[in-house]
Unconditional design. Structure first.
Length: 555
């Protein structure tokens, strides 16, 4: 049968199992929206295209499926850029479909024309400009394969309006995905890694975001359980190993737990799984590497030696690499790590976190929420800033795909639309969004979308009347000159939520928060709590940029 390019796109989306898309209509993409009108695919209209990209990202991270967003040409397409860059930095699989001016007008500065493939080339795994309808089916399906295979990431497809309107004979999908040629890890590298681990007296495992992206949770858990090696996590790796495990020491890096950072600093062998060793993780790279054998496991060979020189490099799918290491280690005598664990337990006692509810504070709020009765059914989404670090430090995260945050790009405004996407993908779970008062204002209008879709998201605003993390750096490094970081406290979050049709409460004490949170959990509809904390609260511990990882700033 003959169908238009727009109808063909819908057929391809259905073939790929897409049930939900996020987007915003406009002139060039209008033919696709006309077909979406009666298509069996849920379309969620966000209030801005950036929200559509972040929502598709949240959908993908929480479900493991490719998220889809749609925008028109020109400003619609450029509004996706921040969301695409966020997904690219954090290896999240999304497909963005953008409308474009007709092929006859390409390169003529037509109304709402922009070279979106040129703009997004550095922040996508791949992008396409479809110039012939005969290429459309293959391109759409290939985009999904690229987004989800290997190291996941965003793919953009730019489609001129005439391609959307033209027709072609089409019967059923004929796409054959390219063969996956991922090579197995080299045996010599595996044996070198095992030799180092077998002879280590103070080993440690660092879990990065690649463990989540590669779904290597079971393999890392089995390896740790067998070897009883202490584990720390990067910001992006949280949730991929149970936070309740006695082997888990917590977050490592600039705002890492003191025990975790001390353990990394004093380790003699580091097994780094799916992390690129960015500057927020390592601090001073020379002191970080001193006295250590570093084993780096990653699927992406371009990450090897990019930020940090590893002694042993294992390239391959993480699940396969970890299985092989576990098998080879099982043939070696079990290492005696008693002295190492004794040192670690000593640090844990020295640096034990004390949670006080005398004054309402973010660490206590995070711990209280993660110890609630429904914790196992919650997906935690954060924006970016102090609240993000408090959440990473004090939530107990025990399951994969339940921690969504912008790590690599650090995108303020990620939280609200990402929560929207995550809840859309997981109707059987509850999403708790933790966001600062500054970041909320960036994309907070999608609270209206959340209300319109009747999504039972609990929004917890940590209100410190400031751009807290920037203000913290101004306090530490810029002589307390708070340039443009103290926010005028005249924004009524409760009234804003009410305008969107969402009940909200503002709280000033721990008891008020506990009561409000219990009420929100009972609701099967969106809700909000505004948590008013001391504007001078700071995230501790903290390592100064470029310093040794266990040298903490005295605040």
């Amino acid at each position: 049968m003959r169908m238009s390019g727009s109808e063909l796109i819908i057929e391809c989306l259905m073939y790929q199992g897409v049930d939900t898309v996020f987007g915003y209509p406009g002139g060039a993409i209008m033919p696709l929206y006309d077909v979406l009108y009666e298509a069996p695919i849920r379309h969620i209209l966000t209030v801005h295209e950036q929200g559509a990209a972040h929502a598709a990202d949240g959908y993908a991270r929480s479900s493991g499926r490719v998220g889809v967003c749609i925008a028109t040409s020109g400003p619609g397409a450029t509004n996706l850029v921040t969301g695409l860059a966020t997904a690219y930095m954090d290896s999240s699989p999304i497909v963005a479909i953008t409308g474009q001016v007709p092929t006859s007008l390409l390169g003529h500065d037509a109304f709402q024309e922009v070279d979106i493939t040129g703009i997004t080339m550095p922040i996508t795994k791949h992008n396409f400009l479809v110039r012939d309808i005969s290429e459309l089916e293959y391109t759409i399906n290939l985009a999904f394969t690229i987004a989800a295979s290997g190291r996941p990431g965003p793919v953009l497809i730019d489609i001129p309006k005439d391609i959307l309107l033209n027709t072609i004979e089409f019967h059923k999908p004929s796409f054959q995905p390219p063969a996956n040629h991922t090579a197995p890890p080299k045996q010599a590298a595996l044996e070198a890694a095992v030799s180092a681990l077998a002879n280590a007296s103070q080993p440690i495992v660092i879990i990065g975001g690649g463990v989540n992206a590669g779904e290597a949770w079971d393999e890392i858990y089995e390896l740790i359980s067998m070897q009883k090696i202490p584990v720390v996590s990067t910001l992006m790796g949280l949730g991929s190993f149970p936070g309740s495990s006695p082997y888990f020491l917590g977050l490592t890096g600039m705002h890492g737990h003191k025990t975790a950072n001390h353990a990394v600093h004093q380790a003699d062998v580091v097994l780094a799984v799916g992390t690129r060793f960015n500057d927020r993780l390592t601090g001073d790279p020379n002191s970080y590497a001193s006295g250590k054998t570093v084993i780096q496991l990653d699927l992406d060979p371009s990450e090897m030696d990019k930020n940090f020189p590893a002694n042993v490099i294992v390239v391959g799918q993480l699940r396969q690499s970890l299985k092989s290491i576990k098998y080879l280690l099982s043939k070696h005598p079990q290492s005696n790590l008693a002295a190492w664990w004794e040192k670690i337990h000593s640090w844990q006692q020295t640096f034990k976190q004390k949670y006080s509810k005398d004054v309402l504070n973010a660490p206590w709020v995070m711990r209280y929420m993660s110890q609630s009765d429904c914790e196992n059914d919650i997906i935690w989404v954060t924006d970016v800033g102090q609240h993000q670090m408090w959440a990473a430090q004090h939530l107990e995260l025990n399951r994969p795909r339940t921690w969504l945050t912008s790590g690599g790009l650090g995108t303020m405004g990620f939280g609200v639309p990402a929560a929207l996407g995550a809840q859309s993908a997981n109707p059987d779970k509850r999403v708790v969004l933790i966001v600062g008062d500054g970041g909320f204002k960036m994309t907070g209008m999608d609270l209206y979308t959340i209300a319109n879709q009747e999504l039972p998201i609990i929004t917890v605003i940590i209100n410190n009347q400031s751009l807290g993390m920037v203000k913290q750096w101004q306090y530490l490094f810029f002589n307390q000159r708070y340039s443009s970081t103290i926010l005028v406290n005249n924004f009524n979050f409760v009234a804003f939520a009410a305008a969107c049709g969402i009940p909200a409460k503002t709280v000033f004490t721990a008891d008020e928060f506990a009561e409000a949170y219990k009420d929100c959990i009972k609701l099967q509809s969106p809700s909000m709590i505004v948590v008013n904390i001391d504007p001078d609260s700071r995230v501790e511990p903290m390592v100064s940029p470029g310093s040794t990882i266990n040298q903490f700033i005295d605040m």
